[in-house]
Structure formats: structure tokens, C-alpha cells
Write a protein that binds this ligand. Structure first.
Ligand SMILES: Cc1ncc(C[n+]2csc(CCOP(=O)(O)OP(=O)(O)O)c2C)c(N)n1
Length: 625
């Protein structure tokens, strides 16, 4: 029997010796690999934190003690140790376990996460709440990566924690990687600490009050505390954290069970804010993932033997279509600058970075900064393109309003992963961008139905002297429309795909594929709907909408955005009560994780449902909003 099979609750770890805990870590690694190679998932981060997770759960008493996982993508070992071993194989699948901590799933998942850099804020709130409630609330340990430490909110929380002197343990899981190699001055600082063991020894020497600094010798010690403090500031690892009011413990080998357990105990004993700097290897224990942790950050199913992906993608994704077009445009316009917040690969900017390194910026996990930085670039005469996932753009909402919309700056947002993303679930679905962008004056908002359309929209964006958003989904670009690539579009003009009668089906983005299919179903029943690709959410093609309203008995809109405030709402606002409008889109609820097609089916976002709602024979109406 495996050690893992003896654990149904973290308390069961108490029965094991440190040697057994280390063996258990090996079993957990195997279980993660067996599962993720079958169903895909966040592999490398979870492999890197196995010993850390075992160490934490063996020292702490969860859920009385609370572990807050930043981002949460490294939580697989935690799930295996907290009563979810038998359902682990369902992770990220429709109806199965979430790929992230989820409050609905387990009392051990103290917070539900998915977005980075929030753990210290949560942790601080938890400890302060316990103080206020005067309950014996246990210890709180936040685990965040060096990548997450590039996010400003982490520093906002440290600033407050240091000030309050709140007893809170912050474990920095330093693997030198964000999704790819981490960037920024903070990473250089962490590297300096972790790469130079003499610094750690120096720290110990100075802490003991022994002046053994070679060039200065014993005299310095006699000069007293001030000199000692300034020497510390220059040389001592972790001084930056100490200046912020945190004690510093490190650097700890994140794969050494004994060292980890000792340092966690020591940290808990300090009863003040404390940083434990742990050095781990992302992808630890699986050679392909150690060699290419970026490729195995999030992976589809793969062959365990050699790490090769089981299903290679065929065709061009929207992401690739965007990246290619941006490179083409940048060849002839030296003002074009690309900005990403730690998502170079995910947003298709690798080729741009290779071709134009001086015009490429990875700002780290800092979406708010990315937006304002781009605003500065635009004021300075550049044409910045911020390539960003819809869900992460949510962080920068105030910047979109204040720093870009209000200033009417020509910043282009290339918004990837708009709509449902599938396996990652509600923390990652891009459900709201049309709603929150549409409310901001001066923005032009487009959504392509195909890769050609995306490329033409990007070209169009550079002709617009104000902010632009282009939103497109994860996955393959529908190949059904071919237009002359990179020809600009007429701003605010929709495209009538089929002139029909009675019912007008109006799609935006992925909605266009659905209305085309729905039209085909209706045609089989002898109906002749009008079919429109709206292309623009703002400005709307108001002339066309007025004409359709006057000549049709019903308008049907289809979008992959929240119905509240989305494209269909815009159409309703335009046509008022002059014609019934049936809207299809995402509900006023957080959509779960799982296969995108299954989720769309559950939500009634299918061609069959649209056709049923569009059919004029009342009996076949599926739903009318
Ligand atoms: C606000 C936000 N922006 C971007 C992401 C995408 N993302 C997920 S994990 C990750 C890298 C995190 O690096 P780190 O914190 O060092 O953890 P590691 O994966 O190295 O363990 C990024 C950029 C996110 N989850 N949240």
C-alpha cells in the first residue's frame, strides 16, 4: 500500500517520519504525472511544490491553520492530501475537480484563486479577522511564486503587513520562472541572494555580531550599530524584506523535507511577518518538464515516456493570427510596440520579441502597470499594443477609464481568451470584457469571426486615433471567411452575410459561427433568415440595425460575453422596443470549468437553440429574453 493511500486528511501525515514523508512526496509526484499526462493541466508548478506541500501539511493543522496558494495552479499535491485523492483524475474536466483551489470543493481550500499576487492580502485579512474575532484561528501561511511577486498587489499587502506587524508567514517559492523565465529587478534581487551562498554565511556572521567581513575586518564591528546596519543593507540577503518589516529566513532548499519543516516551524515561532525564501525547481522530478518548464506550465495530455504531446494542434489559432499580423505591421511601422504582462507565449508575441526585441516589453504580472505604461508610450508617440487575456485585463479597469479612455490615447488592446476558455474555468473565462469596455467613452471595440477578420481589425486599429479593443477567443480561428488580409475595415460597419427576411441573426465574434449554423438549420426548414457579422460592438452599425428592425419581425443576437451589458444589450439599447430582440450569451452566473462545447451546450449557446428561438413558429421558440 502506498503512503498516499493512507491519507484521507492532512492530519494523517502525523504518523510518518521525515524519511516516509520524502517517500510520500515521490508517490505524489507519480500520481500527478499519471493524471496530468492523461488529462492535461498545470504540471510544472505542481511538481515543483510537492515537498513544500507535504512539509506544510505535516507541520500545520489544516484547516485550522490556513494555507493560501497564490494563483493556485500549484495546488495538485494539496488536493491529493486533502481528501481528493480518489477524484483527482477528474481534475479540470467537466463536472470534475477544479484545477484551482475552490472554496466549494474543500474546507482546506481557504480561498478560491486563479489570478496572481493576491495571497498576502488574503492572508493578512485572515489573521486580522481572527484577531478581531478573538478566536483561536490558527496560523496563516501564504505561498507565492517569484512570478507572483512581480504583481503590485503583493507589495501593497506587504507594506500593510509590515506596518501592522501581523504574524503572517509568506513563503516565496522561487523557481526563477513565471510562465517563462521571470523578469524584473525583484527577480535579480532574489537571484543574487540564492546564487551567492557567501551572502547567506555573511548574514549569519553579522547576525551573530561577528565582524568577519574580509576587506573591513574587526574595526567595522567596533564602529557600532550604524555601520553594522548599513553593511547589512548592502550585503545581507533578504534585507529588502526586513526593511518592509518582515523577518527573513532563507535560502531554503525546497526539495529537502527536513530543511523545509524546520524553516516553517522557525517562521511560525517568530510571531511577526516573516518571509521564507524557498528555492525550488519548476517541473522537479520529470526531466522534460525540468528542461522546458515553460512548455509544461500548462499542458495538454502527453506521453509519459518522452513528454511528447498526444494531440498536436492543427490549423492557426486566433493567437497566432494576431502575432503574425502584428509582426507584419511592425515591419513597416517603427512606432509599434508590444506589451505583455507575463504572457508572451500565451498571447502570441514570441516572434515579435525575436524580431523586434527593442520594441517588446514583458512587464511581469502587472496588468495595471502594463496599461498605464502603454498610455505613456502612446503619449510619447508610440503605437503600443497590449496583448492580454480578457480575464487579466479586469485588473486594469480603472486604467482603461482614467488613463486611456479619458485621455483618448491610441492604445490598442489585443484581448485574447475572450469568452469561455474551458478547463481553467470561472477564474479564467473572459466573460465580461464587452460589458466593461462598452461603458467607457472613446473606445472602439471589435470582435473578429475569423483570423482574416482579426488581422484586418488589427490593421484598422492603427488608423484610429483613440483607444481600441479587439477581443477574440482561445483556440482555432474559423476558416470560413476569406478576405484580403490586412485591408482595413470601415469603422462601425457590420457585414451582412446573407440578406433574408423575417428574422435577422446577428452574431459577434464566435457568435457569428453559431448564427451561420443556425441559419443553415432554418434554411432546411424553408426559412430565409438574414445573417449578420456585427464586427463592431462600438460604434454599432446603427443604420443597419435600424433597417433590420424596420424590415424584420425579430432580431436574434449571439455573443460569448455576459448578457448583462454585452453586445445584445447594445443592440437592444439601439432598437428599443421597435422589434423583439432575443439575446443569446453568457448568463448572470459564473460558468464552471470543462470542455468548452459541453459548457456552451449547457448554456444553450448552440446553433440548434438559436435556430429554435429564431423560428417564427411559436411552438419552437426556445427562450425569449
Ligand atoms: C493576474 C494574473 N496575471 C497573469 C496570470 C497568468 N499566470 C498564471 S501562473 C503565472 C506565472 C506565475 O509564476 P510564479 O508565481 O512564479 O509561479 P510558478 O508557476 O513559477 O510556480 C502567470 C503569469 C495570472 N494567473 N494572474
Amino acid at each position: 500500500m502506498r503512503y498516499l493511500d493512507k491519507i484521507s486528511d492532512p492530519a494523517d501525515l502525523q504518523q510518518f517520519s521525515e524519511r516516509e514523508l520524502t517517500l510520500l512526496a515521490g508517490e505524489i509526484r507519480e500520481a500527478i504525472l499519471a493524471c496530468v499526462s492523461e488529462v492535461g493541466g498545470h504540471l510544472a508548478a505542481s511538481l515543483g511544490t510537492v515537498e513544500l506541500t507535504v512539509a506544510l501539511h505535516s507541520v500545520l493543522q489544516s484547516p485550522r491553520d490556513k494555507i493560501v496558494w497564490d494563483v493556485g495552479h500549484q495546488c495538485y499535491a494539496h488536493k491529493l492530501l486533502t481528501g481528493r485523492r480518489d477524484s483527482f483524475g477528474t481534475i479540470r474536466q467537466y463536472g470534475g475537480l477544479s484545477g484551482f483551489p475552490s472554496r466549494r470543493e474543500s474546507p482546506h481550500d481557504v480561498v478560491g484563486t486563479g489570478h496572481a499576487s493576491t495571497s498576502i492580502s488574503y492572508g493578512l485579512g485572515l489573521v486580522e479577522a481572527a484577531k478581531l474575532a478573538r478566536g483561536g484561528a490558527g496560523n496563516v501561511v501564504c505561498v507565492l511564486g517569484d512570478g507572483a511577486l512581480t504583481g503590485g498587489v503583493a507589495f501593497e499587502a506587504m507594506n500593510q503587513a509590515g506596518h501592522l506587524r501581523t504574524p503572517l508567514v509568506v513563503i516565496i517559492n522561487d523557481n526563477q520562472m513565471s510562465i517563462r523565465a521571470n523578469v524584473g529587478a525583484m527577480q535579480l534581487y532574489l537571484n543574487r541572494i540564492r546564487l551567492d551562498p557567501t551572502l547567506t554565511r555573511l548574514r549569519e556572521d553579522i547576525e551573530r555580531g561577528v565582524a568577519r567581513i574580509p576587506a573591513i575586518g574587526p574595526q567595522a564591528y567596533r564602529l557600532g550599530k550604524d555601520v553594522k546596519e548599513s553593511m547589512k543593507a548592502l550585503l545581507v540577503p533578504g534585507m529588502l524584506f526586513e526593511e518592509l518589516g518582515f523577518a527573513y529566513i532563507g535560502v531554503v532548499d525546497g526539495h529537502d523535507m527536513h530543511a523545509l519543516r524546520e524553516s516553517v516551524r522557525q517562521a511560525l515561532d517568530t510571531r511577526r511577518p516573516v518571509v521564507v525564501h524557498v528555492k525550488t525547481v519548476k517541473g522537479k522530478g520529470y526531466e522534460p518538464a525540468e528542461a522546458r518548464p515553460d512548455a509544461y506550465h500548462g499542458t495538454g495530455p502527453f506521453h509519459l515516456g518522452n513528454g511528447a504531446r498526444k494531440a498536436a494542434a492543427v490549423g492557426t489559432t486566433f493567437t497566432e493570427a494576431f502575432g503574425q499580423a502584428l509582426v507584419r505591421l511592425a515591419e513597416t511601422d517603427s512606432r509599434i510596440v508590444a506589451v505583455t504582462a507575463a504572457m508572451t507565449q500565451g498571447t502570441g508575441l514570441e516572434e515579435f520579441e525575436r524580431r523586434f526585441p527593442e520594441r517588446f516589453y514583458d512587464v511581469g504580472i502587472a496588468e495595471e502597470h502594463a496599461a498605464v505604461f502603454a498610455a505613456g508610450l502612446a503619449i510619447g508617440g508610440m503605437r503600443p499594443v497590449v496583448a492580454i487575456y480578457s480575464t487579466f485585463l479586469q485588473r486594469a479597469f480603472d486604467m482603461l477609464v482614467q488613463d486611456i479612455g479619458l485621455q483618448r490615447l491610441p492604445v490598442i488592446f489585443a484581448i485574447d481568451r475572450a469568452g469561455l476558455v474551458g478547463d481553467d474555468g470561472p477564474t479564467h473565462h473572459g466573460a465580461f470584457d464587452l460589458s466593461f469596455l462598452r461603458a467607457i467613452p472613446n473606445f472602439t471595440i471589435m470582435a473578429p469571426s475569423s483570423q482574416d477578420e482579426l488581422q484586418r481589425m488589427l490593421r484598422t486599429a492603427f488608423d484610429i486615433e483613440g483607444p481600441v479593443a479587439i477581443r477574440y477567443p482561445r483556440g482555432m480561428a474559423a476558416p470560413f471567411v476569406t478576405a484580403a488580409a490586412l485591408e482595413p475595415l470601415a469603422v462601425g460597419e457590420a457585414r451582412v452575410l446573407e440578406e433574408g427576411r423575417d428574422v435577422a441573426l446577428i452574431g459577434i465574434g464566435t457568435g457569428v459561427g453559431i448564427v451561420r449554423e443556425a441559419a443553415a438549420l432554418l434554411q432546411e426548414q424553408g426559412e430565409l433568415p438574414t445573417v449578420v457579422d456585427a464586427r463592431f460592438v462600438k460604434p454599432l452599425d446603427s443604420a443597419l440595425l435600424e433597417r433590420l428592425a424596420a424590415t424584420h419581425q425579430r432580431l436574434v443576437t449571439v455573443e460569448e460575453n455576459a448578457l448583462a451589458g454585452g453586445f445584445g444589450s447594445a443592440v437592444l439599447e439601439q432598437v428599443g422596443s421597435s422589434v423583439p430582440v432575443v439575446r443569446f450569451g453568457l448568463p448572470d452566473a459564473f460558468v464552471s470549468h470543462g470542455d468548452r462545447a459541453l459548457l456552451l451546450r449547457d448554456l444553450g449557446l448552440t446553433a440548434a437553440a438559436v435556430a429554435a428561438a429564431a423560428a417564427l413558429r411559436p411552438a419552437s421558440l426556445a427562450r425569449v429574453n
